[in-house]
Every structure is written in C-alpha cells, then in structure tokens.
Design a protein around this ligand. Structure first.
Ligand SMILES: Nc1ncnc2c1ncn2[C@@H]1O[C@H](COP(=O)(O)OP(=O)(O)OP(=O)(O)O)[C@@H](O)[C@H]1O
Ligand SMILES: [Mg+2]
Length: 466
C-alpha cells in the first residue's frame, strides 16, 4: 500500500501540479480549506500533510493556516505537517515549526527536495508506529502505566480507549485505591486535550466554604481577604482535563454552578459579572454509591446524568484474579530496585496470604504493604509477616508451618479487633453527631472523613441523626 499524503492549498493549479508529481509514489488527497482538511485528515490519517499557510477566508495572512496546523495536531499529536510557504513568509514558516510543524519548504517548490522530505517523513512515521506497536506487544498487560491482564481490567482499558476519543463526560466508579485517578489520567493522555493540563480536584479535601473560590476563582474585593484577582481550578484546566475527585461530596449549591459550567462551558468568578468561556474535558470520580446520595437528595439528578454519560467501573482488587499477583510482583521488583535491593521474592505463604487477603484498600494497600515489607524485611524472601498479613487467617499451603494454635489465635484476635473497632466507631460517630447537634457535615469533618462515608457508617451502626 502506498503511503498517504494530504495537500492543503487553496490554489487549484498548485494542488493539481503537486498531485501529479507525487501520484506515482503516494496516495494523494487534497483539501482547499481548514474544514475540509480536518475531514480528510480524520478519515485518512495520512502519513504526511503539505500545508499552505495562506488559506481562505484570509489567504493573505497566516491566521487560517496556523489554525489548521494547530487543529490537525490536536487530532493527532504526532502528525507530520510540512509547511509550504512563500519566500517572504520564511519567518512565519519558522513560527509554524515552533507550533509543531515537521519542516518547511519555500516556493517555488523544488520537487526533488519535496520528495526527499516526504520520504523522510514517512520513514519517521513508520518508526514511531513500530515503536508504539512493540511497546504494546511486549506488555499486553500494561496500559498507560496501569497493570492488568484480567478480563475485568481489559474491559476497563477498552472503555478508556473508546471514551478518550470523544469529549463526553465520564464518571469513574470504584472503591478507594482502585486506580480512579490513574484512569482519569489515561483518558486525558489519550484524548485530544492531552497537550493541555490535567487538573485534579478532590472535592472532599477542600473545606466547604472554600470550594467555590477554589473552583471558580474570584475577583479582587469579592470578599474580605480577596486582595487580588485569582483564577479558579476550572480556568486553570482550560484546554485540558478537569478531574473532579469525590464528586459526591460537592455541596448542593456548587452542584448547580458546576452543572451550568457543563451545559454552557462558561463560568463566572466569585464577585465577577463577566462570563468566561472555558473549554475543558470533565471527568468525575467517586468511591461511594452515588445513587444513594441521589435518593437522599444530596446529589442533583440533572448533574448526575450530565456527568455519568458514560460510567467506567473499576473492579475491586479482590475481583481481579491473576492481577493481584501480577501487581504484587511488579511492585516488589520496582520498590525493591528503588530501595537498592534486587532479586526479592515472596515466600509461598506470603503468596497464599496475598491471594486470600480481601484488600479493602485495593491497589494502594497492596503497594503500601509491599513498600513497608521491602524496607523492613531482613532477608531476600518476603514473608507474610513482613507484609503484616495474618497468615494464620488463611489456609496453610501444603507444606506450610502454621500450627493449629496459631490459626485459632489469629481468628480470635481478629474477632476481638472487629468488635473493638465497631465499638470505637459507634462511640466516635455518636459523640460527634451529638456534639454537632445532628449536623452531619460538621461531624464528618471533625472525624476527618467524607460525608458519604459518615452516612454509610451511621447506617451500618444503626445510628440516626437524632
Ligand atoms: N492497575 C494499576 N497498575 C499499577 N498501579 C496502579 C494500578 N491501579 C492503581 N495503581 C496505583 O495505586 C495507587 C492508587 O491509585 P489511584 O490514586 O489512581 O486510586 P484511586 O482510586 O484514585 O484512590 P483513592 O480512592 O484513594 O483516591 C497509585 O499509587 C497508583 O499508582
Ligand atoms: Mg483518587
């Protein structure tokens, strides 16, 4: 198959002349303005693009040409665009290189030179493609830095690939530590916003009274202490991705404002009257069941449907089968190496314990336990004790050395612990809610947990507001 070249020029004679000159070696497509250029590029993904900077409606300057250059690069960061410019426009051609063009040629065109340049372009594109393919082939269980070979995770990777291409909002669901932020980041890196910033906001980490100014910014004098104008995080994310973590904790009044931003792509700073247009991709995440918050009236339905056009559900680690050991071994190798130790391995009992542990803190818990074990272990073989996993809770491997007594002790210790924890939780929740006269927000804040988690605890322990 011949490599494809797209010629973008408003002069029909030039288009025909170039097409004629290149037709033997290339499949040539042509476009005469920005819109048709995007259309052809999207469909054909040519290996090289030849771009004249003077395009209609302003053929006498480079505005439209530069916009075409930027637009194509947004569609594909690695597109190879060669600028064709007049002698007098040399300066602009150099500017275009700064904006991401591959190279430039001056008119009148030297066809031999053009052919050589195109050959090089196609060669580099092929090298880049091969490199990406090799990377993917070498580690089929690695996707944008995320490890996962289980069906459940492959499904997640497929979803990411699909949603990254469009600009729809995505809601990422998953227990704490399952990799929600990593998924958001992967979507960003694969999207057309990848050249822009990735701005993450944790809605439950910002005090309620500060969230609005953090998100929307403020004008000078908007409130006492507002000594100067400040951009909010939404504005900072312009041209990139805004990641709203723990969206379930966003206070209701701000949900209304966020909805307005999603619908109109405009914001108003606190104390400001001016509407500011902001184009950014929005990804939200939550570790709680947001539908409960919907029923309880703590989350707006309209906002929910806006954010959850597509929901991406991350399975808990305990449901990822072989991935648990895959991740454990990878972390052991990686964390060991950064701690100056190589050739570390897990003991058979440690492996058994890793497989059986419920991992309520998911990947983050696994990572933390292994990190601690790497630092603390005395030998090359990491044991379940180094991991602080109670091996006695798990069935012993065939030739294991855990005794029956240890098994019994372990179980009773854990039951005691469970009872003690429940007792303590009940007391702390009850006291906090009483101290704040039934104000759940304030009580949750005092205990350093999110409101949804607090509600969950209340219902688990059977405690009511009053
Ligand atoms: N599939 C994976 N492969 C490798 N590392 C992972 C994977 N998933 C998560 N991690 C690592 O686990 C940790 C937790 O991931 P992340 O912060 O994305 O999770 P989260 O769901 O946002 O957690 P939280 O609910 O605590 O905010 C990070 O250090 C991340 O690098
Ligand atoms: Mg997170």
């Amino acid at each position: 198959m011949k490599p494809k070249v797209l010629i973008i020029d408003d002069d029909e004679d030039i288009r025909t002349q170039m097409k004629w000159a290149l037709a033997t070696d290339y499949e040539v497509a042509v476009a005469s303005d920005r819109r048709s250029a995007f259309e052809v590029f999207r469909k054909q993904r040519p290996e090289a693009v030849l771009l004249d900077l003077g395009l209609p409606p302003s053929p006498n300057d480079t505005v439209e040409g530069m916009a075409t250059l930027a637009g194509i690069l947004t569609l594909d960061r690695s597109a190879k665009i060669i600028i064709i410019s007049g002698q007098s426009e040399r300066e602009n051609a150099v500017k275009a290189i700064g904006a991401g063009a591959y190279d430039f040629l001056c008119k009148p065109l030297d066809l031999e030179q053009l052919k050589l340049l195109l050959q090089r372009c196609v060669y580099v594109t092929k090298l880049e493609q091969d490199y990406r393919r090799m990377q993917a082939e070498e580690r089929p269980d690695l996707f944008e830095g995320m490890l996962g070979g289980s069906d459940a995770m492959r499904e997640v990777f497929t979803t990411i690939t699909k949603v990254a291409k469009s600009n729809v909002p995505v809601l990422i669901l998953g227990e704490s530590g399952t990799g929600k932020e990593m998924v958001a980041n992967a979507i960003h890196r694969r999207s057309s916003f990848k050249a822009g910033p990735f701005v993450a906001i944790n809605c439950n980490a910002i005090p309620e009274n500060l969230i609005e100014s953090e998100l929307f910014g403020y004008e000078k004098g908007a409130f006492t202490g507002a000594n100067c104008q400040r951009f909010g995080l939404i504005e900072t994310a312009a041209g990139g991705t805004l990641f709203l973590d723990e969206i379930g904790d966003l206070p209701l009044p701000l949900q209304v404002k966020l909805l307005r931003f999603l619908q109109e792509k405009r914001i108003q700073r606190v104390g400001g009257r001016q509407e500011i247009a902001v184009e950014a991709r929005v990804i939200a995440a939550t570790h709680v069941d947001i539908t409960k918050a919907l029923v309880a009236g703590r989350f707006r339905e309209d906002l929910y449907f806006r954010l959850a056009v597509i929901a991406c559900k991350l399975p808990p680690l305990r449901e990822r089968g072989e991935d648990i050991l895959l991740l454990a071994k990878e972390f052991l190798q990686h964390l060991g190496a950064s701690n100056g130790q190589d050739a570390l391995a897990f003991s058979p009992q440690a492996i058994q314990a890793i497989i059986s542990h419920p991992w309520s803190g998911n990947v983050r818990e696994l990572q933390n336990r292994i990190h601690r074990a790497v630092v603390m272990a005395d030998a090359r073989l990491i044991t379940e004790v180094d991991l602080e996993l109670e091996a006695s809770l798990y069935p012993a491997p065939p030739h294991g050395h855990s005794s029956a007594t240890a098994y019994a002790n372990g179980t009773s210790t854990s039951r005691c612990l469970k009872q003690a924890r429940e007792h303590l939780e009940r007391e702390m929740v009850a006291v906090a809610i009483e101290r704040h006269g039934g104000n759940v927000s304030a009580a949750a804040k005092e205990l350093g947990i999110s409101r949804p988690t607090f509600y969950e605890l209340m219902s688990k322990l059977g405690i009511s507001k009053d």
